[in-house]
Design a protein around this ligand. Structure first.
Ligand code: GLU
Length: 282
């Protein structure tokens, strides 16, 4: 029987700035499974925007990881590094909507001026001091984003709600859980929060599957969708994977890098079993 494609569109969005670990693997596996179950289309998008941190060898390793995991996608790969015109266009739209402003403060300035909202959070990005906000009219002097950090002005006190496919109702409060966030970096790189929304819209993604460490980012991104008057997709956040000592995996955690595990001769399923049995909340 011919398989009917539904309108579900998902994506795999690796960042080739280090070797992917089992936590990434689990997220990609869930993304693949959910898309398959829905009879949808999976897009591979390489998030290689940061020219300093993205390396071809990490991309090669990620593609080998994917074949080791048995992942298959129907569209892509497409590369964020080749999509600048789209990001510029969205920067213009956000500027025209008075949603963003130029900011000359460095990350270090912000770190020194503010303490992290909840230091135990997965997202310890300090809150940008509201006193440092710049009137949106300052943006008028810029024909392009070059020369400043650009921040999204968040609606202080507004609750951002979404229903996560795994975790249920989520609520974040702008100005408390996170502050004005960067959408374009002073070194002229579009920031993650902007690029990911632009691409998820352009690619018609209907459900975003990503790690739970990005829950707060999802709330920020919902504000970007709203400023652009675009439809917000569904979200499914996967549990964080910890090693046997309970430490959350990071790209520098080489022992649980998928590359090391496959080179040690393990299958992906065997590698997952090696983790602390409580690793997965799925
Ligand atoms: N590229 C991001 C990462 O590797 C994932 C982005 C996303 O799922 O939105 O963490």
């Amino acid at each position: 029987m011919k398989e009917e494609k539904t309108s579900y569109r998902g994506r795999l969005a690796p960042t080739p700035s280090g070797h992917l670990h089992l936590g990434h693997g689990q997220t990609f596996q869930v993304a693949d499974q959910r898309c398959r179950e829905a009879g949808g289309t999976l897009v591979l998008r390489i998030e290689d925007l940061d020219p300093q941190r993205s390396k071809p060898e990490y991309l090669d390793a990620a593609l080998e990881d994917f074949s080791w995991m048995g992942l298959a996608w129907q569209e892509g790969p497409c590369f964020q590094s080749q999509r600048r015109a789209l990001y510029i266009d969205t920067w213009q739209r956000l500027k025209a909507a008075d949603a963003i402003y130029p900011c000359m403060r460095s990350r270090k300035d912000v770190r020194e001026a503010a303490s992290a909202p909840h230091p135990e959070d997965e997202d310890p990005e300090p809150i940008y001091p509201p006193a440092w906000r710049v009137a949106p009219s300052a943006a008028g002097a810029y024909a392009d984003p070059v020369g400043a950090n650009w921040r999204f002005r968040v609606p202080d006190g507004a609750a951002i709600r979404f229903s996560d496919g795994r975790l249920g109702e989520q609520v974040f409060v702008a100005g408390e859980d996170f502050g004005d966030f960067v959408v374009w970096r002073r070194d002229d790189v579009p920031a993650y929060e902007l690029a990911v929304v632009v691409d998820d819209i352009a690619m018609g993604i209907t459900e975003v599957v990503r790690g739970e460490d990005l829950l707060c980012s999802t709330a920020r991104q919902i504000l970007v969708y709203q400023a652009l008057q675009e439809k917000v997709p569904l979200f499914f956040h996967t549990p964080l994977v910890r090693d046997a000592d309970g430490i959350r995996l990071a790209k520098r955690h080489d022992a649980l890098a998928m590359k090391s595990l496959r080179e040690a001769g393990l299958t992906f399923a065997e590698a997952l079993e090696r983790l602390d049995p409580g690793h997965s909340g799925l």
